[in-house]
Design a protein around this ligand. Structure first.
Ligand SMILES: *Cc1c(COP(=O)(O)O)cnc(C)c1O
Length: 375
C-alpha cells in the first residue's frame, strides 16, 4: 500500500480549455476564462464581486492594501493557520496579535479575539479550518461593536455554509485558494471576494497595477491611466482555463470528498465515543467543504507514534499547522505569549489522506490502521 496525503485531481477538460485560450491568442490576465470563473462563483454563491488572483496569499495582500492597513494598525489573526494569513498584514507594517483556538475545534475562539481588541484594532482575520466555518455570529458582533473589518481566509472553505450563508460571504472581504493542494485547483491561484460595495471599484484598480484598465476593457473609458497605487494580482488565462475546467466539476468533486469525509467519520467515531481522540466538530447549523479530515490525539508523543505507525503501513499522514506565535520569525521580535489551545492542536492534530481518487477500500485500510493503533 502507498497512500499519499494528497493528490491533485484532474477533472478532464483542463487541456482542452488551455488549448482554447491559446487559440484565442489571449493568455494574459482578465480574459474570457477569468470572467467565466468569476461569474460562475458569483452566481453559485451570490458573492457581490469576485476577482481571481495569482494565489490566496496575493488575495490576502490585496485585501490588506484595500483596507488601508498600515503602521500603527493592529490585526488579530489566529495563531493556528498558514503564514500567509499574517504575512499579508506584516508586509503593510501592521502589528499582528495572535488569537487562540477554541477547546472544541482548531477554529479561532471569539472570546480570545475580544480580549485582544484595542483602539488600534483594524482587522480581524478568521480561518475556517478544514473548511468548517468559524463562530461568525459572535465574531461579526465583536467587529460591529468596535467598527473593525473582518477578512475571511477561506482557503479551505470553498462550498461550506454557515447558517445558510456561504463561507466567503461572511466577512468584509474573503480570500480563497486554488493551490494544487486544495479541493478545486489551478496549480497556483486564488480569489478575492468583495462583500462590501465601498471596496469594489478600488479592488479592480489595485489589482491592475494601480490603473483603471478593467474599466477600459469594459469600454467605460477611452484610455487607461495610473490612478492609484497597486500591483499585479491577475492570473494568466492559462491558469483560469484550468480552473474553469475544475469549477465545472465542483459538485462532482465535493460529492466525492464529502463521501470520503463521512466514511472516515463513521469509521473513527468510536475513538471519540471512547474519549481516545477528538474528531472534527460540525454544528447542525453549518456545512463544511470536506477539505481536511483530522483527528486530535491525546498528546504529542501519541501523535508521533500514530504518524509512524501509519507511515510503516504505507500511509502518509501529516500535521499542520505549527503555531505562528511560536515561529522563529515572531519570537525574534516579540515576547512569548501563551495560547494553550493553539499549542494543543499544533502538537496533537493529525490529518489523514483525503483526495478525490482515494478509493473506499484505501480509506477503509487507513481507518483499520488507525483503529489498530488505538486497540
Ligand atoms: C493554502 C492556504 C493559504 C495560501 O494559499 P496560496 O493559494 O498557496 O497562496 C493561505 N491560508 C490558508 C489557511 C491555506 O490553507
Amino acid at each position: 500500500m502507498n497512500i499519499p496525503y494528497n493528490k491533485p485531481y484532474i477533472s478532464g477538460n483542463e487541456l482542452a480549455y488551455i488549448e482554447a485560450a491559446i487559440r484565442e491568442g489571449a493568455i494574459s490576465g482578465d480574459g474570457s476564462f477569468t470572467h467565466k470563473c468569476q461569474q460562475l462563483l458569483q452566481q453559485r454563491y451570490g458573492f457581490k464581486k469576485c476577482l481571481l488572483t495569482t494565489s490566496c496569499t496575493d488575495a490576502l495582500e490585496l485585501a490588506a492594501l484595500l483596507l488601508g492597513v498600515g503602521p500603527g494598525d493592529e490585526v488579530i489573526v489566529p495563531s493556528y493557520t498558514f503564514v500567509s494569513s499574517a504575512n499579508a498584514f506584516i508586509l503593510r507594517g501592521a502589528t499582528v496579535l495572535f488569537a487562540d483556538s477554541s477547546a472544541e475545534s482548531p477554529n479561532v475562539d471569539a472570546e480570545s479575539i475580544r480580549s485582544l481588541i484595542t483602539p488600534n484594532t483594524k482587522v480581524i482575520v478568521v480561518v475556517h479550518y478544514a473548511g468548517i466555518p468559524c463562530d461568525m455570529v459572535a465574531i461579526n458582533d465583536i467587529a460591529r461593536e468596535y467598527g473593525i473589518y473582518v477578512v475571511e481566509d477561506a482557503a479551505h472553505a470553498l462550498d461550506a455554509y454557515y447558517k445558510g450563508t456561504p463561507t466567503g460571504a461572511l466577512g468584509t472581504l474573503a480570500a480563497f485558494s486554488f493551490h494544487a493542494t486544495k479541493n478545486v485547483i489551478a496549480g497556483e491561484g486564488g480569489m478575492l471576494v468583495i462583500n462590501d460595495e465601498q471596496f469594489a471599484a478600488r479592488a479592480e484598480v489595485l489589482r491592475e497595477k494601480g490603473t483603471n484598465r478593467a474599466a477600459f476593457l469594459r469600454g467605460e473609458i477611452d484610455r487607461y491611466e495610473w490612478v492609484d497605487k497597486g500591483s499585479s494580482f491577475s492570473p494568466s488565462e492559462l491558469n483560469a482555463a484550468f480552473l474553469f475546467a475544475q469549477l465545472e466539476q465542483l459538485d462532482h468533486i465535493q460529492k466525492r470528498r464529502l463521501h470520503l469525509w463521512n466514511r472516515y467519520y463513521q469509521g473513527l467515531r468510536m475513538l471519540e465515543l471512547g474519549k481516545m481522540a477528538q474528531l472534527p466538530l460540525v454544528h447542525d447549523y453549518e456545512t463544511h467543504s470536506a477539505h481536511v479530515f483530522y483527528l486530535v490525539c491525546a498528546n504529542a508523543d501519541e501523535r508521533i507514534a500514530l504518524i509512524d505507525h501509519l507511515k510503516s503501513n504505507g500511509i502518509q499522514a501529516v500535521f499542520h499547522y505549527l503555531s505562528l506565535h511560536q515561529s522563529p520569525y515572531y519570537l525574534q521580535q516579540h515576547a512569548p505569549v501563551k495560547l494553550p489551545y493553539t499549542q494543543h492542536y499544533a502538537h496533537c492534530l493529525v490529518r489523514l489522506p483525503l483526495y478525490f481518487e482515494l478509493t473506499d477500500e484505501q480509506l477503509d485500510y487507513v481507518v483499520g490502521k488507525v483503529l489498530e493503533f488505538y486497540a
